[in-house]
Ligand binder design. Sequence first.
Ligand code: UDX
Length: 436
Amino acid sequence: MRIAMIGTGYVGLVSGACFADFGHQVTCVDKDAGKIAALRRGEIPIFEPGLEALVAANVTASRLDFTTDLAGPVAEAEAVFIAVGTPSRRGDGHADLSYVYAAAREIAASVRGFTVVVTKSTVPVGTGDEVERLIREANPWADVVVASNPEFLREGAAIRDFKFPDRIVVGTSEERGRKALGDIYRPLSLNQAPLMFTARRTAELIKYAANAFLATKITFINEIADLSEKVGADIQEVARGIGLDNRIGTKFLHAGPGYGGSCFPKDTRALVKIAEDHGAQLRIVESVVTVNDNRKRAMARKVANALGGNLRGKTIAVLGLAFKPDTDDMREAPSIPLITGLCDMGANVRAFDPASMKEARRELPDIDYCDDAYACAEGADALVIVTEWVQFRALDLPRLKRIMKRPIVVDLRNVYRPDEMAELGFVYSSVGRDKT
Ligand code: UDX
């Protein structure tokens, strides 16, 4: 099938490359001429394992190309995916749909013949209706079906998630839409991925409900971790003990410094607004948003407590800045409020991250950046593990102890075991495993 992918951000680029890999003919469109020029040179603007090779292979096979011209590819396409950004609108937490609607108007002007227009961006319930209205208003002769096909990719594992999804959700009540999306995803039926057809508004809500549920699961275990510290229980074992119940499941029960990233914070806030707009209230999701925001801010205090309360003049080494491993993404990363808080308390902060230091410099310009974990730890009063990159799971602990000024480690991802750290002579604190 011929596909036009509008927007070469995270979702657009990964989806475009994977569709091409399925054998479809894909053109990725973006307004950003610099980005398109870079992609044509084979430079990938985001850090995503495997993506560069996947793009290169499909460009070489002439199944994937990049352009700033929307009209040509849309006219030729049987399916047009809208994968532009839907950031949080400043001030009110609503999703900003201006890019989605602008794309809809441009698509309306260029479609030829029967075309399925698919929203892949995460959009509030009812956006598909508005996209359809805009297209019909701009071009009453357009022969289009507007469908919703939300994306559940995780950064760092996006290609695998795309090729081996738990499910594919397609929202359209029109047979022609179901047929087209069924054809596009047919290669995945070999992996037995269930293709779930539903109504458009239901598909739109599934995306928000899924993200809000996962965010709730994390926030729940984080609160139980705080309680574990009070009662002297071990959160890792509590998580395992409840997760082995199939109804609960072991995933997304890893306690830490609070969730971040480009999806959970934005989508939970947007879901609260969607409910408000419809005269409803989602008290659980509202609490999740507040509890998680407070948690991220509270992490600086946790580090201060590990150092006896006073951070003035102390040097703190921070390992990991990205919101999670295998990405350079700093959006809503727990490291930002943590480091800001440490600096406000008078600490000197140094940091190292294997991928996100360039991004981090924009958010946190006033700290020192180091070349590796050991340079970061040298002479430090405390070491804080904020992102669980694999290389931080196998640090040379005796060496760290030798080079640090004081052997204090605050492990916000529970990478190490309290007993092994105590044996090595560290003053070690983690999440939900130490009696406070
Ligand atoms: C998420 C969803 O998983 C994906 O389905 C959706 O489409 C986009 O949002 P992503 O933001 O890439 O993907 O990251 P994810 O791996 O889900 O982690 C999000 C945040 O939660 C990270 O900050 C991570 O550290 C945190 N997290 C995750 C925990 O603190 N504990 C966990 O058990 C899992």
